[in-house]
Design a protein around this ligand. Structure first.
Ligand code: ZN
Ligand code: ZN
Length: 230
C-alpha cells in the first residue's frame, strides 16, 4: 500500500480499472488521495469496428471514467486529462514528447505522490509502452524521488511465454484484492456494459481471454527499478 497519495498513469480511460482498480479502491478506502492522469480519451476504440465518431467515443469514455472513479471511491475532480490522440502518444525524441512529460511533471508535483503507477513496459500495446516512457521522463523532472510501480493490463493477453519467463519475477508484487472485488467488478461493469450504437462497448470489444485474467483475486505489480535491470 502506498505511503501517501497515489498517481495512476492511464493511457486510456479503463486501464486504471482493469490494471489497478483493486489497489485504487483500497487506497481510496484508506483515505489516501488517488489521482489518475488520463493521457488520451481512448477515442480510437472503434477503429476497424464501425463508423462511430472518435470525438463521441472519447466523450463517452471520459464520462465512464468519472463513473468508474465514483465506483472505486475517489473523486472525479482528481482525474486529469492530457488531450492526446489515442494511438498517437509522442515517442521519445518526437515533437511533443518533452512538452507532455513536462506537463505531467507539473501536475505530479502538485499532487506530491508517494507512488506512481505506470503500465508495464512489456505490454504489447504501443500507447502503454509510450506511457511508461513518459512516466519515467516526468519523474526525472521532479525534485524528489517517487516510487514507480508497473501495473499490468494487456500483459496477460499479449505477453509471449518466452518473454514472460525472462521477467524479473523477484520484483513482482501481488496484492490481494478480495476485500474490494465487488468495487472493482462494479467499475469494470461500467466500462463493459455501456455500449456504442454498433453493440460493442464504448471501450471496444475485449477478448474473453483478456477478461478471464481479471477473475483473479489478486493484482500483479512490478517494482520498476528491478525491472530496469532486466
Ligand atoms: Zn489502454
Ligand atoms: Zn463499433
Amino acid at each position: 500500500m502506498p505511503a501517501g497519495p497515489l498517481v495512476v498513469i492511464a493511457p486510456h480511460p479503463d486501464d486504471e480499472v482493469f490494471g489497478a482498480g483493486g489497489l485504487v479502491a483500497m487506497a481510496a478506502a484508506k483515505g489516501l488521495p488517488v489521482h489518475v492522469l488520463m493521457l488520451t480519451d481512448g477515442g480510437g476504440s472503434h477503429r476497424g469496428c464501425c463508423r462511430a465518431d472518435e470525438q463521441e467515443v472519447g466523450r463517452r469514455r471520459r464520462e465512464l471514467i468519472a463513473q468508474a472513479a465514483k465506483a472505486l471511491g475517489y473523486p472525479a475532480d482528481d482525474l486529469h486529462y492530457f488531450g492526446q490522440r489515442d494511438g498517437a502518444l509522442p515517442h521519445p525524441g518526437e515533437p511533443g514528447f518533452d512538452e507532455l512529460a513536462t506537463e505531467m511533471a507539473d501536475r505530479i508535483r502538485d499532487i506530491a505522490p508517494a507512488t506512481i503507477l505506470a503500465p508495464h513496459p512489456l505490454e504489447g500495446w504501443q500507447d502503454h509502452v509510450t506511457a511508461e516512457l513518459l512516466a519515467r521522463a516526468a519523474i526525472a523532472k521532479l525534485e524528489r524521488p517517487v516510487q514507480l510501480i508497473h501495473y499490468c493490463v494487456w500483459f496477460w493477453f499479449s505477453l509471449p511465454l518466452w518473454r514472460g519467463l525472462q521477467l524479473p519475477w523477484r520484483a513482482a508484487l501481488t496484492l490481494d484484492i478480495e476485500g474490494v472485488r465487488t468495487r472493482k467488478q462494479a467499475a469494470m461493469n461500467i466500462y463493459l456494459n455501456a455500449s456504442a450504437p454498433c453493440g460493442n462497448p464504448w471501450v471496444g470489444r475485449l477478448p474473453q481471454e483478456f477478461l478471464r485474467a481479471f477473475a483473479w483475486q489478486k493484482e500483479l505489480y512490478f517494482a520498476a527499478d528491478a525491472a530496469r535491470m532486466m
